[in-house]
Design a protein around this ligand. Structure first.
Ligand SMILES: [Fe+2]
Ligand SMILES: [Fe+2]
Length: 166
C-alpha cells in the first residue's frame, strides 16, 4: 500500500506533467512518421529523437511519483496536433513546449514557496530541459525558413543475403 508523503499540489503538478509528457511522446512520434511519408528523413529522425526525450521525462516523473508514494492513475492524452508542412508542425510543437514550460515554472515556484527542496530541483531540471527544447525548436524553425528541407528518396530496402551465396 502506498502512503503519500508529499503535498497534494505537488502530486497534481506531477500528474499534469505526466499527461503532457506522454501526449508529447504521442505527438512527436506521430509527426515523425508523418514527415517520413513526406520524404523528410532528417526531420523524421529529429522528431523521433524528441519523442524519445519526452519518454525519458515521462519515466522520470513516474519514478518520482512512486518515490512519493503514489502510482500514476489518471494520465490523459491530448489529441495529436498536425499541420500540412514541417514549419506548421514545429509551430504546433512550440506551443506545446511553451505550455509545459509554464507548468514546470509554476511547479518550481510552488516548491520554492513551500520549501520543498527536492521537488523544486526535480521540476527545475525538467524546466531547463524544456527551455532547451523550445530554443532548439526556435532555431530549427528559423533555419527552415532560410533553407527548407528537401524531400529525400526513401532508403532502399536492405539487400537480403542469400546464405547459399559465397
Ligand atoms: Fe518533456
Ligand atoms: Fe520537450
Amino acid at each position: 500500500m502506498f502512503v503519500a508523503r508529499s503535498d497534494e499540489k505537488v502530486l497534481g503538478y506531477l500528474g499534469r506533467a505526466l499527461s503532457l509528457e506522454l501526449s508529447a511522446v504521442q505527438q512527436y512520434s506521430t509527426q515523425a512518421r508523418l514527415v517520413a511519408t513526406w520524404g523528410l528523413n532528417k526531420a523524421a529522425a529529429s522528431l523521433q529523437q524528441e519523442a524519445e526525450e519526452e519518454m525519458a521525462h515521462s519515466d522520470r516523473i513516474i519514478e518520482r511519483m512512486l518515490a512519493l508514494g503514489v502510482a500514476p492513475g489518471s494520465s490523459q492524452l491530448r489529441p495529436v496536433k498536425l499541420a500540412t508542412d514541417l514549419s506548421g508542425l514545429l509551430r504546433v510543437n512550440q506551443q506545446f513546449e511553451a505550455e509545459i514550460i509554464s507548468l514546470y515554472s509554476a511547479a518550481t515556484r510552488h516548491c520554492s514557496t513551500v520549501g520543498d527542496h527536492d521537488n523544486r530541483v526535480f521540476f527545475e531540471t525538467l524546466l531547463q530541459e524544456e527551455q532547451q527544447h523550445l530554443e532548439q525548436l526556435d532555431n530549427w524553425l528559423q533555419k527552415l525558413q532560410q533553407i527548407p528541407e528537401k524531400p529525400q528518396q526513401r532508403n532502399p530496402q536492405p539487400v537480403r543475403r542469400n546464405r547459399r551465396m559465397r
